[in-house]
Ligand binder design. Sequence first.
Ligand code: FRU
Length: 468
Amino acid sequence: MKVPFDPDLRPRAHFTARCNWINDPNGLVFADGEYHLFFQHNAEGMVPERASWGHAVGTDLLSWTELSVAIPATDTEYALSGSVVVDRENASGLGTTGQPPMVALYTSLDPVTKIQSQSVAFSTDRGRTWTRYAANPVLDIGSTEFRDPKIIRTGDSWVMAVVMADRWKVRFYRSADLLHWDQVSEFGPLGSVDGVWECPDVVKVPIEGTSEAAWVLLLSVQSGGPAGGSGMQYVVGTFDGTRFDATGEARWLDYGADFYAAVSYTDAPGDAPIIQGWMSNWDYATAVPGGDFRGSMTLPRRLSLRPGEYGLRLVQRPIVAAADPIFRTDDLPVDGRLELPCVGIAMRLTAVFEPGEAQRVGVEVRVGPGERTRIVVDRAAQTVALDRTASGIVDVHPTFPAVHTAPLTDTELVRLDVYVDVASVEVLAADGAVALTAQVFPSPDSTGLAVFAEGGVARLRELIVTPL
Ligand code: FRU
């Protein structure tokens, strides 16, 4: 299939590389007042080959400056996903006097043997230049499915969570110096095992309304996700610095098709972890329309946990810049479909409905002739759905034109928080407890907005649109 070339796909608020292919975020870390966003990158082309670590920095998680490639692929080693920590005490000995090193743990892929092992690179100039550790790899078990190390600081040591991808296990290793690693435990399988496991993370997440926190394991699953193809699951549990034990069941983190490989920013200010993912799906990532770049990150999302009938649920709140509304309306009766003034192709929209007698309520974004992306709350089915069947270009992959559905139990008052950014839609419902993320490829002049209520009259209590 020939995919269209479209130079106008560049989003406003989502990170993209200057050019060429990107996938997973890597090495997310806050250090010396800067956020670092490294990423899987083919610096030479639009398909995932010769993985390098690209690099961008910024101070607010909103805008980024792309720097030069941090860890380039070589003919004998591709640099797959991993993480970065600041080695403040210079336990690794890789720093210089007065300059603690930033240390990256990444997966080395041998392009010939396909062996995946864990390697180190370090920087003593605030991440501007990186050197591979001379004695790489630092952890090699001779496996071709052993990847994506995420380093967590626990007490005096470091813990690495890393997947045995095709055995659905997260292994935990411990180290005092980031260079020598001993296995301390293993977790899994649990939840979805349709696809290989990738990109693990373990984060401590504050529980809303309390001064407590609980540990959450984040995992990416390459196929069998809730919307088909790749997806992410999470599980709440305990973590004592050596082992993770589940106390809840595995749940989907996002019910859309395009939220993958998210991990947290190490050392981010505040108690709540901030995660960021790759906004695509391995089923069709190489086939989506491209311009001079292909792939973007999701918005960063701040996490919390909310206690409820079914235990602790993960809550996600995207981080965007505050802005004055470009459109707002209060207290509008909605009976059927109501077109509103055009709002453009990049905006945040919050809508609060009192459905009353209506069975279905929702919004349509990127509305144009024959095109719309629908967000539908169905009260009888107790669901919220993101319908991209008529969203624009959909012949990306046979599964692309689909309706993705998430459970939504409380529909007395419906609040939708929607982020539309040129080629994507991120939907948060139930005050952040339900997420749906999807890429869409409407024509640039599909700038309209509509609201609807079916099966009765609903009240649109409030609608606010702000630019992204
Ligand atoms: C996840 C993933 C990782 C791997 C990287 C390769 O999307 O498959 O497991 O390290 O991408 O680019």
